[in-house]
Design a protein around this ligand. Structure first.
Ligand code: ZN
Length: 870
């Protein structure tokens, strides 16, 4: 699964179109924190409980489901035929998880069997005692009623519903009615009785009967599709290879199926389809089209061919997480809907890679318990690095990796530190955090760096082959690595898997030229965590070249002598940029400048050159900025662009001339977008206006156009408004969100119509909707009461149909409007009093009339707020 808190981070980012001015209605970043803390609450007082792996009494062999739906009641009518056997000990009962169901009957060989059903556990008395050599079959008739389960109403329970009917009665505009499922962690047992634990595996068959207009999706192969006499159709999906119950998936809706395929090494073709709403059919290949290449690349890299029947991906509405790796039937939230222009600014390939890689790590070999979740998520997280490295180069992979490490540092600081393999978690949902994902991914990269690429991928192949179609715990991963590289790796696994935290290092150097030696001083300064044993690559660069060697940092204080052959120019600590550590390094500015040009030249080393090498204005530091404007990697160019302002005289003139060219020629939109901002600060209004207008007209990237619009608005609001007007018809969530933010700043009454059309068009989707409503709220707070009155209806519609996140923010919008109206009422009261004192009854009447109107609206806001809080 792609974690939820990542989604909330995207949400915060999407809410950025309004600048962080003081009067912004909603501080989204704060709200984000609150949600994270609500979701995952860890307190020291909780007693530590060892979370044992579920004991296996019964092996499930095959799960056959026959399902149909009552859309009006949000029910699933199901018949399950379950084939099973005792795991080892003989037994005459079968115990299943079945959450909030109506169990109509249980039979064996046509005869009813007694059962008890309470507290979501279904216990069936079998017709005799079975041994492990026997198999038996039970048939369960049931109705799943996901909306009728008693829930606590917390954010965590919301995502625990298992089976979701979205707009089932088709009462909401712009939202295609649909049904989808979300099994992880233990919610599949809401829609079929099963043993809902990750160490269970079963084969799967499902017959889905729907109205003929609907497409269906499930795991495995579509074996048949049969039209029934009553106008319905039954699709039969079958997966012959076993997988865990949490990976079962079902989707229904009027989706368009865009077909793609992957050619296996044996020449056979495998279906790779994309299920999208009709509106997005033209963009499906632009969004998902790299998938076949990814399947090929990962299969080859792992030495284990993609193990499942097919690979389909579906985009659903109101999704409760980021994406989910259901075997061969992956679900995404609607944030992945992006048109070709939006894809220039951001794509979702890292999420696509993440879910795909789970088909080896998670679906083929499954963590045996949630404590071992990192066996799934660290690999999925690391696949993002692997894909970037292959497709976009090592710089991109390393750039993203820094974000992943920062994600771990931030989440651990907020939520607390724990062992990566966390045997005493407070709640299984707490496992889906910056440890299991980000930290786990970074640890894998350190291991790869230590043992080398060939050993690393050979060990992964062995781990996958040994544990295929079985659950695994982290020791099995350790053993796979040990067998390949021949070394006892307990030291590595003990500190990174069975302990918490990370090293904090201070690094400094003493160069003693008469000894031809530079001394590397490394102190481990962490006090809350253990002392680490760290293999680190260090590169010494002198005028004769660069030499890299591996040193060990084991002690609290380490002083390591490194030989220098010529004149020392620089020392690069952690030259492969792989350590997961907080590093504070002290070295001369000249060394930082040198590392842009010499030595290992990884992304981070070039970035550090620009961060730490420019303190003094020297010819060398100015040359560095000019050279970095031509760096092959976009983030280095962006960093240099942002530093052009500090250049002096001719260098500055030269750089500005280059930026004027790059603003149209740079291949990466985020670089062009930064240049637009920087030129707006460095050039006069007269000089920059034609550049901004040209970009608004010609740049394909919405982020460049948005930045140009925002800068133009500062110089000439009328021109900016006129330019924005022409873009109101763009079918782009992000562009419309950006215009919404611009209009909120300018605050002109005639913009009202845009908000109404844009919000109701259905084009502003997902998280952009939060940003647009944010802008609309800010805009409205400055408008006449009559307009606010009119807008109430729009809010009511949005709150009813806007999905989980809009509902989450709804009270804040209304509160903001209500409070801003409160300020206005007291001002009107003052006006009225002053007019009365001055004996101007006419003016006093007008002010009173306005006040009464505002007070009436305030009551309406209060009513709406009460209904939201109910
Ligand atoms: Zn995942």
């Amino acid at each position: 699964m792609k974690k939820r808190y990542l989604i909330l981070a995207i949400l915060a980012a999407s809410c950025r179109p309004i600048d962080t001015s003081k009067d912004e209605p909603i501080d989204v970043s704060t709200h984000d924190d609150v949600v994270m803390e609500q979701d995952i609450e860890i307190t020291d007082e909780e007693p530590k409980v060892y979370r044992a792996t579920e004991t296996v009494y019964t092996d499930l062999i095959n799960t056959k489901l026959e399902v149909s739906f009552d859309w009006n009641k949000s029910w699933l009518m199901g018949k399950e035929t379950l084939t099973a056997k005792p795991h080892f000990y003989a037994t005459d009962s079968l115990v299943l998880d079945a959450k909030g169901m109506e169990i109509k009957s249980v039979t064996m060989n046509g005869a009813a069997r007694p059962f008890t059903y309470s507290e979501d556990v279904l216990t069936i008395k079998l017709d005799k005692t079975y041994t492990r050599k026997d198999t038996y079959t039970v048939v369960i008739d049931y109705i799943a009623k996901p909306d009728e389960r008693t829930t606590g109403g917390s954010a965590a329970i919301l995502s625990d519903k298992g089976l979701y009917f979205i707009n089932p009665k088709n009462e909401e505009k712009n939202k295609m009615p649909q049904i989808w499922t979300q099994g992880e962690t233990e919610a599949s047992s809401v829609w079929f009785p099963t043993i809902d634990a990750p160490n269970v595996k079963t084969k799967q068959e499902i017959y889905i009967t729907v109205d003929n207009k609907y497409a269906t999706l499930s795991n495995g192969k579509l074996v048949s599709s049969t039209k029934n006499a009553n106008g319905t159709r039954t699709d039969y999906w079958k997966q012959e290879l076993p997988h865990a119950p949490y990976l079962f998936m079902m989707g229904v809706g009027e989706f368009k199926i865009v077909k793609d395929s992957y050619k296996r090494p044996d020449g056979t073709m495998m279906d790779v389809n994309y299920y999208v709403e009709p509106e997005w059919e033209p963009y499906a290949k632009a969004i998902f089209g790299e998938t076949p290449k990814m399947i090929g690349y990962f299969s080859k890299l792992l030495g284990v061919e993609y193990p499942w029947d097919k690979y389909h991906q579906i985009v659903v509405r109101d999704y409760v997480s980021g994406a989910m790796e259901n075997t061969g039937a992956v679900v995404f939230g609607d944030y992945v809907y992006k048109n070709d222009r939006e894809l220039l600014d951001a794509n979702d390939q890292s999420t696509i890679a993440h879910e795909l890689f789970h088909h080896w790590f998670g679906d083929l070999v499954t963590c045996e318990s949630w404590s071992n979740l990192s066996l799934n998520e660290s690999f999925a997280n690391y696949s993002q690095y692997l894909w970037d490295e292959y497709r976009y180069g090592l710089d991109e992979a390393e750039y993203q990796a820094i974000g992943e490490a920062d994600g771990y540092f931030a989440s651990a600081q907020q939520q607390g530190y724990h062992d990566l393999i966390w045997f005493d978690y407070p709640d299984k949902e707490a496992m889906f955090d910056g440890h299991s994902y980000n930290k786990g991914g970074r640890i894998l990269n350190m291991l790869r760096s230590y043992i080398g690429d060939e050993a690393f991928f050979t060990a992964l192949q062995s781990y996958l082959k040994t544990n295929a179609y079985k659950p695994a715990e982290f020791h099995q991963l350790r053993i796979a690595f040990e067998e390949v590289c021949g070394e006892d790796l307990n030291w590595f696994f003990d500190q990174w898997y069975l302990d918490s935290g990370h090293p904090s290092l201070t690094v400094s150097y003493d160069y003693v030229s008469e000894e031809n030696t530079v001394y590397l001083n490394v102190d481990q300064t962490q006090t809350d965590f253990r002392l680490f044993k760290l293999p680190v690559d260090v590169t010494v660069i002198d005028d004769r070249g660069a030499i890299t060697q591996r040193v060990w940092v084991n002690e609290r204080s380490n002083r390591i002598a490194l030989q220098v052959k010529g004149t020392l120019k620089n020392v690069v600590f952690d030259s492969k940029a792989q350590l997961l550590a907080k590093i504070t390094e002290t070295k001369p500015e000249a060394w930082y400048i040198d590392q842009y040009y010499n030595g290992p030249k990884h992304y981070i080393q070039r970035k550090q050159a620009l961060q730490f090498g420019l303190k003094s204005k020297t010819p060398e530091s100015e040359k560095l900025v000019l050279d970095a404007l031509n760096d092959p990697f976009w983030d280095i160019r962006t960093t240099a662009v942002e530093r052009v302002g500090r250049l002096t005289a001719d260098n500055k003139t030269k750089a500005i001339e280059q930026l004027k060219k790059m603003v149209t020629t740079d291949s990466v939109s985020s670089v062009r977008a930064s240049i637009v901002n920087v030129l707006s600060t460095l050039l006069s209004a007269a000089e920059v206006t034609p550049i901004l207008e040209e970009r608004i007209q010609n740049d394909r990237s919405y982020s460049v156009v948005s930045n140009a619009l925002n800068n133009l608005a500062k110089i000439n609001p009328d021109k900016a408004m006129a330019a924005a007007k022409k873009l109101e018809g763009e079918k782009s969530s992000r562009m419309l969100g950006s215009i919404a933010a611009l209009y909120a700043k300018t605050g002109k009454p005639e913009s009202y119509g845009f908000y109404v059309t844009a919000l109701q068009s259905g084009y502003i989707q997902g998280f952009d909707k939060i940003g647009a409503l944010n802008a609309f709220t800010f805009y409205l707070s400055k408008q006449e009461v009559s307009m606010q009155q009119q807008a109430l209806e729009i809010y009511k519609q949005e709150f009813a149909s806007g999905g989980m996140y809009v509902k989450m923010f709804a009270p804040q919008y209304v509160t903001y409007l209500k409070n801003s109206l409160g300020d206005r009422i007291s001002k009107l009261q003052d006006e009225e009093n002053k007019a009365k004192e001055a004996g101007n009854t006419n003016a006093a009447d007008i002010a009173r009339g306005k006040r009464v109107e505002a007070e009436a609206l305030q009551l309406e806001y209060e009513k709406l707020l009460n209904s939201l809080n109910e």
